[in-house]
Design a protein around this ligand. Structure first.
Ligand code: PBG
Length: 327
């Protein structure tokens, strides 16, 4: 005789909804936006259909639309022209740069939305690396003050959450100290705690033209083979004052998300990165998968693995599906 019949709890839509273990609210999503200098620009990114480079004037409309759909948190990435880049990322701490101007404009127009920044040298660096390059090496300690200055200017512009994506040792502590000294004790840090040297960042680097000019990022980003090392990074970030921990990419690292969730009491985020977006878009466009169901399954799986927060290029589309469902 069969005494346990799990299928009973699957017998109708309403019952399945009742017993569902994981739900993904829009409030868990952060929408990445690429910003470029100028006006009237809405430039498609070839490897990321549906995602654009926005000039500051037009990104305001995009943000307004997203807020109307229930997406209220954004992470902003700047695309600087090559002739503005130098070896020490000078522009990153210039309050007049278009990225910081854009952040100020967003926070004054939409004071309640949350703006997260990116802290790393690569968008401003002629070497295309996240840290300072000296004799072909990425030097750690000399990079820290550059990152700290960048973070302080971002906080001054109104950023709610600083997002160090550079993977230098000690950067969370250096940034926290600089923020506090400058009076920004209330600004959060979401650390890219376990950021792997991944092939899935390809489309992002196309979007920002930020690929390293020489070498790769393997001396600072983590080896995809390592899980225990993520626990170590999490412990350090926590000790140095991080408010939230992030794993990146998401899909090939669901076990890492789960591990960090189990080892920390801090909120855990995951970055569903550009290559993960591009794969589903490409297969969807060819009719090889049911795009919408695949996206929903992917986002749910990241949440189920333990990420309370998901940074994803699907955020806006997901929000439009939720709106249409509720009508
Ligand atoms: C750079 C940065 C990268 C991403 C976010 N910040 C790329 C990299 O490290 O080369 C990737 C995001 C994505 O692929 O969606 N500091």
């Amino acid at each position: 005789m069969i005494t346990e019949r799990p299928r009973r709890n699957r017998k109708s839509r309403v019952i399945r909804n009742l017993v569902r273990e994981t739900r993904l609210p829009l409030s868990a999503l952060v929408y990445p936006l690429f910003i470029t200098d100028g006006t009237g620009i809405r430039q498609p990114i070839a490897s990321m259909p549906g995602i654009f480079r926005w000039s500051p004037d037009l990104v305001m409309e995009e943000i307004r639309e997203c807020i109307g759909l229930g997406i209220e948190a954004f992470v902003l990435f700047p695309a600087f022209a090559d002739d503005q880049k130098d070896t020490v990322a000078s522009l990153s701490a210039d309050p007049g740069n278009f990225y910081l101007r854009c952040i100020r404009a967003i926070k004054s127009e939409f004071p309640n939305c949350v703006v997260m920044s990116d802290v790393a040298m690569d968008p401003y660096s002629s070497d295309g690396h996240d840290g300072l390059v000296r004799n072909g090496e990425i030097v750690n300690d000399e990079t820290l003050p550059i990152l700290a200055r960048m973070a302080v200017e971002q906080a001054r512009a109104g950023v709610d959450i600083i997002g160090p994506s550079d993977m230098m040792d000690g950067r969370v502590g250096a940034i926290r100290e600089a923020l506090d000294e400058a009076g920004f004790t209330g600004v959060c840090i979401m650390s890219y705690t376990a950021k792997y040297a991944s092939a899935f960042y390809g489309p992002f680097r196309e979007a920002l033209d930020s690929a390293p000019r020489s070498g790769d990022k393997k001396t600072y980003q983590m080896d995809p083979a390592n899980r225990r090392e993520a626990i170590r990074e999490a412990r350090l970030d926590e000790d140095e004052g991080a408010d939230m921990l992030m794993v990146k990419p998401a899909l090939s690292y669901l076990d890492v998300i789960q591990t960090i969730r189990e080892h920390s009491v801090l909120p855990v985020a995951a970055y569903n990165v550009s290559g993960e977006y591009a794969m589903l878009r490409a297969a969807g466009e060819r009719g090889w998968i049911d795009y919408r169901r695949a996206v929903e399954e992917v986002l749910l799986s990241i949440h189920r693995a333990g990420a309370e927060i998901i940074l994803t290029y699907f955020a806006k589309e997901y929000a439009t599906w939720k709106r249409d469902e509720s009508h």
